[in-house]
Write a protein that binds this ligand. Sequence first.
Ligand code: SF4
Length: 208
Amino acid sequence: MTPALRIGGFVGFSTVDYPGLLAAVVFCQGCPWRCRYCHNPHLQTFHEGNLAWSEVLTFLRERTGLLEAVVFSGGEPTAQAGLDEAMRDVRALGYRVGLHTAGIHPVPLARVLPLVDWVGLDVKAPLDARMDAITRRPASARPVRLALDAVRAARVPFELRTTVHPALLGPADRDDLQFDLHRLGLPASRWQPFRPQGCEDPELIGYS
Ligand code: SF4
C-alpha cells in the first residue's frame, strides 16, 4: 500500500502559487537539501507531518467549484512515495494540479508529470558546483539538469525561478545561470528576491 502523503502545512486559499488560478497549497514534509535561505526550514526534516491527507481531502471536497487548483509544495514533494496517489485524488475531484519542486529527484518527478498541469521549478544557481554552496549538498546540479530535461520532455507548462540573495548569487552567477538555461534551449529563470521570513541564517538576514 502506498504510504499517505506526509504534510507539514496547508493553506486553503492562495492567489500566487498557481498562475491565474485560485489554489490550495499542500506543504509536503521533508527535503534532502539545506538551502541557506530556506524560508520553510521546519519542513526539511522527514517526519510524519502534522495533518492527515484525509483531512485535506475533506476540505477540498467542500471547496469544489470555489477553488480551481491544488499545488503541492514543500519541502520537496517528489521525495514522497505518496505524491502520485495524492495527485490522483486531487484530479478525481476536478482540480488542476500544480507542483513546486527544486528538481532534486528527477525520476519520481518524471513519473508524476503526467498528473501535473503546471510546474514551478526552482533553479538555485548556475548548473555547476556553485549550486552546492546554496543547497549544502554535493553534486546538486546533476539531478536538476535531469529534472529540467524531464519537464521539457513532458511538455507540461512550467516556470523556472531563482531566489536571489546578493551574498549567494552575484551578477556573474546570474548571467551564467541564464546562459546555462539558454544553452539547454530553456526559457530564462525569473528572479525572486530573498525573503527573510523563516530564514535561520543570521548572516543572510543581516547582510547589507
Ligand atoms: S529545496 Fe526548498 S525546501 Fe528544500 S531546503 Fe531548499 S529552499 Fe528549503
